[in-house]
Ligand binder design. Sequence first.
Ligand SMILES: [Zn+2]
Length: 378
Amino acid sequence: MTSPASDIPPHVHYAIIGRFLGFQALAPHLPTIALNGSRDTVARLTQRLCWLTNEILDDPDTTRTLGEFLRSLVSRLDDEVHGLNDEAQSVAQPVIEELIRLVAEFEAAPYDPLKKLTDAAAKAAAEYYKTFAAVPDELWQSTLPRFSWVNGLIGLSFVSAIHVQLWTEFGNYDYPTARVMVKIAPRELDLDTIAALPRSLLHEYVAHVPQGPHSERRLHPDTNDIFAEGWMDYIAHLIFKEAIKRQGPSLEIGVSPHLTWIDLHEQAAERFFNARRAFSDSDRTAAARYLGAATARQLHVLLGRLTATAGNPDECLYRLSLDLNVSRLGNAARERFAANVHLSMKRASRSDVVIAPLREWAAGNISSEKFFERVISY
Ligand SMILES: [Zn+2]
């Protein structure tokens, strides 16, 4: 079962499903196994899961069905557990039982985990935009993920330990369309990568997919764009944190309902966010991402302090940020907006660049567009 927008052949799909279900079964038990002093057991089970799923990657002509592959994965992992000493067996056995349950559940209602996660990120982003800004419905309907794979090692530009590449491509139609490209390295698909997927997908769907202007050909922001890559990533992070707690307009982020996974996704999201903003000599774009995110955060704090906006600072920040991202203003104007907000936050003497028009905006005297213009033209 491969999804229509997928370049992933069946045997690779088998490996991906095997890893997803295997890590889903393993993760909730890792703390208990480690607590019992069985870190070797954790390593053995993880290695075995990777070994068995790698085997199928080398077998493109397999005649096995996905169900047969998964059942043999369970039984061979079970063999591994039976080879452990009694104490290790007792802590590892629940992992096998959980995997048996997950495989049965999967066989009863198969799904593509990558598709499920991208759909959830798209839905969360669409719900936030629907609540706070105007985006044509066709934009969401005509945006599709596209999955591909690579046999070797890949990582994100700013963090090599998350083994996936994600980017958004705009379509060349009269109306705005987009493709969210998801390139997976199945041989490296590990717990940290799986845990980071919801947050990293949300970056694409919040920052890039709905970007305006919608009336003309859309241009991609530069990799060091402080608004698109910094400011909007702070917004994606806020949305992630709300959605995972089931607060805010979106109640669904597609993560496993298992509470252990909520923890793992949250930790992975923080690592992702921090890594994007970590200064490094080899990646000067990180400084731009840092500056943009820090400026959005400072405006967020300011909105919480000003009497006019203190009642609903989150909503004000969403309205302004999502509106600016989809507006007819181009990337350069959005960057200038963020840069002028930064300037005004940095110097008390310039604070009125933002505060005066913000008060007028909050009072309903000027539109968001007028507010952006005032800040940009400073
Ligand atoms: Zn980006």
